[in-house]
Design a binder for this molecule. Structure first.
Ligand code: FES
Length: 150
Protein backbone atom coordinates (compact mmCIF):
# COMPACT_ATOMS: atom_id res chain seq x y z
CA UNK A 1 0.00 0.00 0.00
CA UNK A 2 1.47 3.38 -0.89
CA UNK A 3 1.79 6.11 1.67
CA UNK A 4 0.70 8.83 -0.69
CA UNK A 5 -2.47 6.95 -1.64
CA UNK A 6 -1.99 7.68 -5.34
CA UNK A 7 0.67 5.21 -6.27
CA UNK A 8 -1.67 2.17 -6.35
CA UNK A 9 -4.00 4.15 -8.53
CA UNK A 10 -1.04 5.11 -10.78
CA UNK A 11 0.08 1.52 -11.17
CA UNK A 12 -3.39 0.29 -11.98
CA UNK A 13 -3.85 3.15 -14.45
CA UNK A 14 -0.51 2.26 -16.05
CA UNK A 15 -1.46 -1.43 -16.16
CA UNK A 16 -4.77 -0.55 -17.71
CA UNK A 17 -3.06 1.57 -20.37
CA UNK A 18 -0.56 -1.22 -21.09
CA UNK A 19 -3.37 -3.74 -21.57
CA UNK A 20 -5.45 -1.33 -23.65
CA UNK A 21 -2.53 -0.38 -25.89
CA UNK A 22 -1.48 -4.02 -26.20
CA UNK A 23 -5.01 -5.01 -27.20
CA UNK A 24 -5.27 -2.17 -29.69
CA UNK A 25 -1.90 -3.19 -31.16
CA UNK A 26 -3.02 -6.80 -31.55
CA UNK A 27 -6.28 -5.71 -33.15
CA UNK A 28 -4.38 -3.48 -35.57
CA UNK A 29 -1.96 -6.32 -36.39
CA UNK A 30 -4.87 -8.69 -37.00
CA UNK A 31 -6.61 -6.17 -39.22
CA UNK A 32 -3.44 -5.79 -41.31
CA UNK A 33 -2.43 -9.46 -41.46
CA UNK A 34 -5.84 -11.06 -42.01
CA UNK A 35 -6.32 -9.71 -45.57
CA UNK A 36 -2.71 -10.63 -46.41
CA UNK A 37 -3.30 -14.16 -45.10
CA UNK A 38 -6.57 -14.46 -47.06
CA UNK A 39 -4.83 -13.22 -50.22
CA UNK A 40 -2.11 -15.86 -50.06
CA UNK A 41 -4.31 -18.70 -48.81
CA UNK A 42 -4.67 -21.53 -51.32
CA UNK A 43 -8.33 -21.62 -52.41
CA UNK A 44 -10.31 -24.72 -51.55
CA UNK A 45 -10.69 -27.05 -54.48
CA UNK A 46 -14.38 -27.02 -55.34
CA UNK A 47 -15.98 -29.56 -57.59
CA UNK A 48 -15.56 -28.60 -61.22
CA UNK A 49 -18.78 -27.58 -62.90
CA UNK A 50 -19.83 -30.18 -65.47
CA UNK A 51 -20.25 -29.15 -69.08
CA UNK A 52 -22.50 -32.12 -69.94
CA UNK A 53 -25.22 -33.85 -67.91
CA UNK A 54 -27.87 -36.49 -68.50
CA UNK A 55 -31.05 -34.52 -67.89
CA UNK A 56 -33.64 -37.27 -68.20
CA UNK A 57 -34.61 -40.53 -69.75
CA UNK A 58 -36.32 -39.80 -73.05
CA UNK A 59 -38.97 -42.47 -72.40
CA UNK A 60 -39.96 -40.68 -69.21
CA UNK A 61 -40.86 -37.47 -71.06
CA UNK A 62 -44.24 -36.63 -72.55
CA UNK A 63 -44.80 -34.08 -75.31
CA UNK A 64 -45.64 -30.61 -73.97
CA UNK A 65 -43.74 -31.26 -70.76
CA UNK A 66 -40.96 -29.36 -69.05
CA UNK A 67 -38.69 -30.59 -66.34
CA UNK A 68 -36.26 -28.69 -64.13
CA UNK A 69 -32.99 -30.51 -63.49
CA UNK A 70 -29.60 -29.72 -61.94
CA UNK A 71 -26.78 -28.73 -64.24
CA UNK A 72 -23.96 -28.81 -61.72
CA UNK A 73 -24.88 -26.21 -59.15
CA UNK A 74 -27.32 -24.42 -61.48
CA UNK A 75 -30.95 -25.17 -62.28
CA UNK A 76 -31.73 -25.95 -65.89
CA UNK A 77 -34.93 -26.78 -67.72
CA UNK A 78 -35.61 -29.41 -70.35
CA UNK A 79 -38.70 -29.13 -72.54
CA UNK A 80 -40.17 -31.68 -74.91
CA UNK A 81 -42.38 -29.54 -77.12
CA UNK A 82 -45.78 -30.62 -78.46
CA UNK A 83 -44.01 -31.14 -81.80
CA UNK A 84 -41.53 -33.52 -80.18
CA UNK A 85 -38.49 -31.20 -80.15
CA UNK A 86 -36.15 -31.25 -77.19
CA UNK A 87 -35.01 -27.86 -75.87
CA UNK A 88 -32.87 -27.02 -72.85
CA UNK A 89 -32.05 -23.75 -71.15
CA UNK A 90 -30.65 -22.34 -67.98
CA UNK A 91 -33.59 -22.18 -65.58
CA UNK A 92 -32.26 -19.06 -63.85
CA UNK A 93 -34.52 -16.19 -64.83
CA UNK A 94 -32.55 -13.36 -66.37
CA UNK A 95 -34.44 -10.84 -64.25
CA UNK A 96 -33.51 -11.71 -60.67
CA UNK A 97 -32.53 -15.35 -60.94
CA UNK A 98 -35.68 -17.19 -59.82
CA UNK A 99 -36.06 -20.69 -61.21
CA UNK A 100 -38.38 -20.71 -64.20
CA UNK A 101 -40.87 -23.46 -65.01
CA UNK A 102 -42.72 -24.79 -68.03
CA UNK A 103 -46.37 -23.83 -68.49
CA UNK A 104 -48.01 -26.49 -70.70
CA UNK A 105 -51.25 -24.49 -70.85
CA UNK A 106 -49.59 -21.66 -72.80
CA UNK A 107 -46.55 -23.65 -74.03
CA UNK A 108 -44.17 -21.08 -72.59
CA UNK A 109 -41.46 -20.93 -69.97
CA UNK A 110 -42.69 -18.85 -67.07
CA UNK A 111 -41.15 -17.14 -64.09
CA UNK A 112 -43.56 -16.96 -61.19
CA UNK A 113 -41.59 -14.30 -59.33
CA UNK A 114 -42.61 -11.32 -61.47
CA UNK A 115 -44.64 -13.00 -64.23
CA UNK A 116 -41.78 -13.12 -66.72
CA UNK A 117 -42.41 -15.15 -69.87
CA UNK A 118 -40.10 -16.79 -72.39
CA UNK A 119 -40.95 -18.57 -75.65
CA UNK A 120 -39.66 -22.03 -76.51
CA UNK A 121 -36.54 -20.51 -78.04
CA UNK A 122 -35.75 -18.96 -74.67
CA UNK A 123 -36.55 -15.43 -75.84
CA UNK A 124 -37.93 -13.08 -73.20
CA UNK A 125 -41.37 -12.10 -74.51
CA UNK A 126 -43.19 -10.60 -71.52
CA UNK A 127 -42.57 -9.22 -68.06
CA UNK A 128 -39.34 -7.83 -66.66
CA UNK A 129 -36.67 -10.33 -67.88
CA UNK A 130 -34.12 -8.22 -69.79
CA UNK A 131 -32.65 -10.94 -72.00
CA UNK A 132 -33.22 -14.51 -73.25
CA UNK A 133 -32.42 -17.61 -71.23
CA UNK A 134 -29.05 -19.23 -71.98
CA UNK A 135 -29.74 -22.11 -74.35
CA UNK A 136 -28.00 -25.48 -74.07
CA UNK A 137 -27.40 -28.19 -76.67
CA UNK A 138 -29.50 -31.33 -76.44
CA UNK A 139 -28.62 -34.76 -77.86
CA UNK A 140 -30.04 -38.24 -77.49
CA UNK A 141 -27.64 -41.04 -76.59
CA UNK A 142 -29.72 -44.16 -76.47
CA UNK A 143 -32.49 -43.26 -74.06
CA UNK A 144 -30.44 -40.56 -72.30
CA UNK A 145 -31.23 -36.93 -72.98
CA UNK A 146 -27.76 -35.37 -72.82
CA UNK A 147 -27.54 -31.62 -72.29
CA UNK A 148 -24.34 -29.64 -72.89
CA UNK A 149 -23.40 -26.05 -72.42
CA UNK A 150 -22.77 -24.61 -75.88
S1 FES B 1 -37.05 -13.09 -61.34
FE1 FES B 1 -38.09 -13.85 -63.05
S2 FES B 1 -39.41 -12.29 -63.62
FE2 FES B 1 -38.37 -11.51 -61.91
Amino acid sequence: MAADGGSDKGISRRSFLDVALGGAGLAWLGAVLYPVFEYFKVPAQGEAEPTTVVAASFKSLKPNEGRVFRFGSEPAILVLTSEGKLKAFSAACTHLGCTVQYRPDVQRIWCACHNGMYDLNGRNIAGPPPRPLDEYKVALKGDDVVVSKA
